[in-house]
Design a protein around this ligand. Sequence first.
Ligand SMILES: Nc1nc2c(c(=O)[nH]1)N[C@H]1C(S)=C(S)[C@@H](COP(=O)(O)O)O[C@H]1N2
Ligand SMILES: [Mo]
Length: 322
Amino acid sequence: MLIRARKSWEISENETISESLYLNRRQIVAGMGLAGLGLAAGVTPAMAREERELKAFETIKGPYQWDEKITPEPVVAGYNNFYEFGVQKTDPAKNAWRLQPKPWSVEISGHAEKTGVFNYEDLIKPHQLEERIYRFRCVEAWSMVVPWVGVPLRDVIARFNPTSDAKYVAFETLSDKEQMPGLRWPVLDWPYVEGLRMDEAMNPLTMVVVGMFGKELPNQNGAPIRIIVPWKYGYKSIKSIVGIRFTKTQPPTSWNKSAPNEYGFYSNVNPAVAHPRWSQASERVLGGGIFSQFNRVKTLPFNGYAEEVAGLYKGMDLKKYH
Ligand SMILES: Nc1nc2c(c(=O)[nH]1)N[C@H]1C(S)=C(S)[C@@H](COP(=O)(O)O)O[C@H]1N2
Ligand SMILES: [Mo]
């Protein structure tokens, strides 16, 4: 292996980080100015951000541990897609301080014996939390490796006793203009929605995630509760969930609604099926070093999880059901 005595993440992420640090400093200075003038202690963005200290979790090591270099935490927390906070990769880290992840509740509805509004604490039991290292592949052809903290989605679902009519699970993100400045732009049809077929949702790989790197999720990564589906393109991994609905028919999904020929319902990582505007055959590994524009690796079918999930799609034309 080539030894590179350079920074551990590449230039674009460096810019990301220094930009947010810069903003942070500037806002702290603004806050100090207020304090210096003896004004009432208003909460500045930087203060709000710092006050949300991320609680550490005790976790057990889960069964799935992808054996690859973990992406530096500042990259995972600084290079995001969360359009509710803006469309630039650096926007969520700058703007998501407005999100209030506590208290939080999720409405469970549709074809299940048990439905209703449940507090975060009713859904997530701390002693069940496990850490899994997954690789994560965005449809924009970049990838990372992240130690997520959470529980299998199937364990959460089981408590609601879905009926035999529950063929799909639909998820919905919070949509609150007060907390999410990006909602004023109609880039997507808000709220952000996603869905899985029931057997995909019940697959042991599918996770309800509440943390990363041993701590609570930063807001920009989808606090306080999101889904991670490691064999699918990143947009299936919906953030800051307020609704889970068991449905009989295939639910609409945000990216499919916005560009149906570009984004299908299934969205399985598939190097053989190009996006209409770019290839999916390879990917850029984030945080791979200063030369990482050259750090392209071949994309793996089902993002490397074929052994675990290919059976879910037996007999399906994966070009048609992309
Ligand atoms: N609600 C919501 N969830 C979302 C998105 C979004 O814009 N809004 N972006 C998706 C996309 S395209 C990706 S790649 C991942 C990014 O997750 P990360 O920022 O934690 O890496 O979140 C997904 N979940
Ligand atoms: Mo993505």
